[in-house]
Design a protein around this ligand. Sequence first.
Ligand code: MG
Length: 420
Amino acid sequence: MASAGRKRKLIVQKYGGTSVGDIARMQNVAGRALAAQKAGNDVVLVVSAMSGETNRLLKLVNEITPRPSEREQDVVVATGEQVSVGLVAIAIQTQGGKATSFLGHQCRIVTDSTFSKARIQQIDGSRILDVVKQGHIAVVAGFQGVDEHGNITTLGRGGSDTTAVAIAAALEADACEIYTDVDGVYTTDPNVAPAARKLDRISYEEMLELASLGAKVLQIRSVEFAMKYRVPLWVKSSFSDDPGTLVCEEDATMEDLVVSGIALDRNEARISIRDVPDRPGVAAKIFGALDDKAIVVDLIVQNPPLGGKSDLTFTVGKADLTKAHDVVKKVSKELGAGDISTDQDIAKVSIVGVGMRNHSGVAARMFRTLSTEGINIMAISTSEIRVSCVIPSKYAELAVRALHTEFGLDQGAKKTKKAK
Ligand code: MG
C-alpha cells in the first residue's frame, strides 16, 4: 500500500484485551506507541476493551433477558472500548506525549445497521489525521461504529481487529500491527502440538482459511479487509520485541511449503439422515429449511443412492445442533426419509497451504497419515488450498500432531519439504 505521499510513515497499532488488561499494561502500550512515534512514525492506536470486560457487559445484559434488543445491547457493550481509549490516552499524556481518544462515531466509522455484527461501510479519516498531524497519537475505540441514523453499532466479537485494518486501509497506512498475547501466527495451536512453530509470513488467503477454521488470532473480517485493500498486516506480541508474522500477498517462496498450517475445529456437530429419497429437490428442501432458520451448514456428504434412497450427512455449529435437529426431523417426515442420528463428539482437522496448488497427492498423504494412526474419516471437504476431514473428537490432537510431522512443520524440520 502506498504511503499516500507522506514524509513520515503512518502505522496503525491495535492492542487486544489482554494487552490493555490492567493499568500497568496500558502504560506499556503507551510506551510502545511513543517509542514508535519517536522512531519517526505517525501512530494511530486501536484498542479493545480490557480483557473480560465485553463478557462482563454481555452477562449484565443477559441477567435482565436472554433476548435483549440488539440496539441496546450494543450501547452497553461498546462502553468497554470507551474506557480503554480514555485510559490509554491519559497514560500517553502522563508519559509526556500528546494523545486524543476517539469513539467510533467521533471518527465516523460508519457501519450498516446490523446490531452486534455490523459491517463497516466507510471511514472518514480526516479527524484522526488532523490530530496526528499535530503530533498526537490518535487512540481509536475498536469494535464500534455508528450507523447512518446515529445508532451505536458493534462489529462482532473480536471486531477490533477489523477496526484496525479498516482504519489502516482508509488512512492508507504503511502498516497495520495487531498486538496480541501470542508472538505471531503458528503452524498450529502450540497447546495441541508443542512442536508448532511461528510462521514468518503467511498469505492472506491462507490466513483467511485458518481464521475461518477457528484459529482465533485474527477476526475473519479483518483478514478479508486486509486482503481486499492489500494492507500489510503484522501479528505481534505486545509483551516482546519479536518481529511476529507478516500476513501479506502470496509470493513464489510460499509455495515451497506444501502445508503452512493445521487447524482444529471442535465446534461442529454431525447430523445424518438415512434413506433420503433420491429425487430432484430433496437437498434443496432440507438445506433450504436450515437456511430459513439461519443455520450455517459446513461439510455435506451424500452416499450414492441404493434402491432409490441415499444417506445424507452434514455438519453444523454445535450451538445450532438442537435447532437443526428439529428442522431436519420435520423435513424428513415430510420427505418420508428414515432415521436421524446426531454426534457431537467430532472434530474437523484441516491442512491449509497455497503450495497445494502445485503439489499433487496432498490429500492422499493426509488420508494415509490419519489411517496409519488408525483414525477413521467421517467426511471430507476440500478447496484449492485446504483439505478438511471430520474425525472422532478423541483423536483430534493425535491427528494434528501426526499431520504436523508428516508435512514437515515440526520445529527443526527442514522448512521446504516437498510432496513426494
Ligand atoms: Mg482478539
